[in-house]
Design a protein around this ligand. Structure first.
Ligand code: T3D
Length: 262
C-alpha cells in the first residue's frame, strides 16, 4: 500500500526504491510519510540486517518536489524550516541511527536534498552516468537535510564550498575520486550491484556492522582517548557474540564463516 516508494523486507534486508520516476523521485510530503512508515517497520524488526536505498527510472532523487513550492499569487513567503523539522530531520536522523548499514545504490542523478540523502547513507555505490548536484544555490537556498554537515566531513571544506556555492554537476567518477562515495560502477552493473549488496548484508556479521557504524559515526566528535573507550566497550560486547565465535571457528577450519547476525 505504498504509492511513492516501493518497500520490501526479505532475509532481514529492507529495500526502499524511491518511486516517482516521472519527477525524478523528488520528495513530497506523501513520500516522506511512506519513508517514515518503512522505517517504523524496520526499527521494529529485531532481525533487521541492512537497508538498501535506490530509485526507480533514470534518476535517484531530485530533492524537494518544487511543484509543492509554487510561489503564492499574493507574493507571501513561507517558513522552510517547518518542513525541514517535520520531514527531513527525522528521515536523516533515523537513517543514521538505524543499527544496520544503510547502503545507497544510486541509479541516476541526485540533486538538492536527494544528494543530502545519499550523503547520509553509510556506503554509496553510484552508476557511472549518475551525477551529484548541489542544486540549492540555483534556487537561492543553502544545502539542507544535513548537507552542510556531511559535505565538508566527506570531501573537506574547499571542495564542499566549491560544490555548494557554484552548484556544478559532479560525476560519479569524480565523486569516487573525492571520497564522496565508496564506488562508481558501470551502468550495466546496477542490478548485480543491488543483488550483491543485499546478499552481503543478509549474510553479514550484523552486530559487528552495527558497532562499526556507531564507532565511525562517533569518531568525528571524539578525542582519540574517547574513541579508544568506545572501541573497548563495543569490542567487549562483540567478543561475546555468536558471530565472533563462528568467525574464529571458520578461520581455524579454513572455511568461510556462516554468520547469523547474533
Ligand atoms: O523547499 C523546501 O522544503 C526546502 C528544502 C529544500 C530541499 C531541496 O531539495 S531544494 C533543491 C530542489 N531540487 C532542485 O532544485 C533540482 C531540480 N531539478 C533539476 O535541476 C534537474 O531536474 C536535474 C538536474 C535533477 C535533472 O535534469 P534533467 O535534465 O536530467 O531532467 P529534467 O528534464 O530537468 O527533469 C525531468 C522531469 O522531472 C521534469 O518534468 P517534465 O518537464 O518532464 O514534466 C522536471 O520538471 C521534473 N523535476 C526534476 N526535478 C524536480 C522535478 N519536479 C519537481 N521537483 C523537482 N525537484
Amino acid at each position: 500500500d505504498y504509492t511513492q516508494i516501493r518497500f520490501t523486507l526479505e532475509n532481514g534486508v529492507g529495500v526502499i526504491t524511491l518511486n516517482r520516476p516521472e519527477r525524478l523521485n523528488s520528495f513530497t510530503e506523501v513520500m516522506h510519510a511512506e519513508l517514515a512508515r518503512a522505517l517504523d517497520a524496520m526499527e521494529a524488526d529485531a532481525g533487521l540486517r541492512g537497508l538498501v536505498i535506490t530509485g526507480a527510472g533514470r534518476g535517484f532523487c531530485a530533492g524537494q518536489d518544487l511543484s509543492e513550492r509554487k510561489p503564492a499569487t499574493d507574493g507571501s513567503r513561507r517558513d522552510l524550516s517547518l518542513i525541514l523539522e517535520k520531514c527531513y530531520r527525522p528521515l536523516i536522523n533515523r537513517l543514521r541511527a538505524l543499527p544496520v548499514p544503510v547502503v545507497c545504490v544510486m541509479n541516476g542523478v541526485a540533486a538538492g536534498a536527494g544528494a543530502s540523502l545519499v550523503l547520509a547513507c553509510d556506503v554509496v555505490f553510484a552508476v557511472e552516468s549518475a551525477k551529484f548536484l548541489q542544486a540549492f544555490s540555483k534556487i537561492g537556498l543553502l544545502p539542507d537535510a544535513g548537507g552542510t554537515w556531511f559535505l565538508p566531513r566527506l570531501v573537506g571544506s574547499a571542495r564542499a564550498m566549491g560544490a555548494a556555492l557554484f552548484g556544478e554537476p559532479l560525476s560519479a567518477a569524480q565523486a569516487e575520486a573525492w571520497g564522496l562515495i565508496w564506488r562508481a560502477v558501470p551502468d550495466a552493473a546496477l542490478a548485480d550491484t543491488l543483488a550483491s549488496v543485499q546478499a552481503t548484508l543478509a549474510a553479514g556479521p550484523t552486530r559487528a556492522y552495527a558497532a562499526t557504524k556507531a564507532a565511525l559515526h562517533a569518531s568525528s566528535g571524539n578525542t582519540l582517548a574517547q574513541q579508544f573507550d568506545l572501541e573497548c566497550q563495543l569490542q567487549r560486547e562483540l567478543g561475546y557474540t555468536d558471530d565472533y565465535l563462528e568467525g574464529m571457528r571458520a578461520f581455524a577450519e579454513k572455511r568461510p564463516p556462516a554468520f547469523t547476525g547474533t
